[in-house]
Design a protein around this ligand. Sequence first.
Ligand code: PEP
Ligand code: MN
Length: 343
Amino acid sequence: MIAVVGQSATDEQLAHFISWIEDRGFSTHVSKGDNETIVGIIGDTTKIDPFLLESMSIIERVQRVSEPFKKANRKFHPEDTVVDCGYGVLLGGGNFQVIAGPCSIEGDNLMDIATQVKDAGATMLRGGAFKPRTSPYAFQGMGPAGLDLLLEASRALEMPVVSEVMDPRDVQLFLDKGVHVMQVGARNAQNFSLLKEVGRTTTPVLLKRGLSGSVDELLMAAEYIMSEGNPNVILCERGIRTFETRTRNTFDVNAIPVLKHLSHLPVVGDPSHATGYTRYVRPAAYAATAAGADGLEIEVHDHPSQAFSDGAQALTPSQFADAMRRIRLIREAVTAPLDESGE
Ligand code: PEP
Ligand code: MN
């Protein structure tokens, strides 16, 4: 349930209202906008009489929120959330960022790839040190030494980094190393222990949609993180498993505007895992940008045929640079103000 508090309410009146609600065993989530303040009320709100709330002088209206996700819900927080990823890089609310780098951190080639993606316009660097592989015999990632290489590149190039955390026991390691954004991968999208653990930090989390996860399941996974206190969640559409076998996954471009409608959280598109093949990555990146994504995550490798993982979907640095030029143009088209008659 949300209670909309009018502009004329004083801070004291608002605080009084919040403690009145909390004294009744509910928790609250306050979102202050330019024109109104929204108090989200979480708990079994069937016990609250909306007419009683509406009779209070500072309350303008009361609305039941039927969706099970509350903190992630745009009704609780009408304005876009902007996530501060470090080094002054903001994501969401009109700030568009491109995260690029190899699937796995493999060694010294990381610095070279990082320099090239930065030169092409990427603002964040990715690379996995802990890899969720289908086969236990496949390369599992460099582990902590990989994070060291990633952070070395981060410091040298002054750009924030994104890396996947698979195990709740590793969250502290990621914090100690200074990873700017922790990625929760598709295979862990419903690993509730992990979601809770990253939720107990304030480090931004890039949360991927599950392999066969619905939009609502993704939003509930975000709710798990936020319910523990971490508001810095970035949603990621990375394709879902369907009957189609021509591509690695099916890119649900629809999910981008749907998520942005339902939630205030930023949404990133991942055309690499969505398609699985280098030749399809750029068109899918353009589609995600046109659909209003707040950012993209793209895998780039200097020698894709020698990559330790996901070489088949990697762009070369020059393909990535070409993609960035078009992404910039598409972004301009999507955000250009229209004349007054335009819709
Ligand atoms: C990755 O980003 O390399 C990855 C494993 O992604 P996903 O969880 O989307 O498969
Ligand atoms: Mn990958």
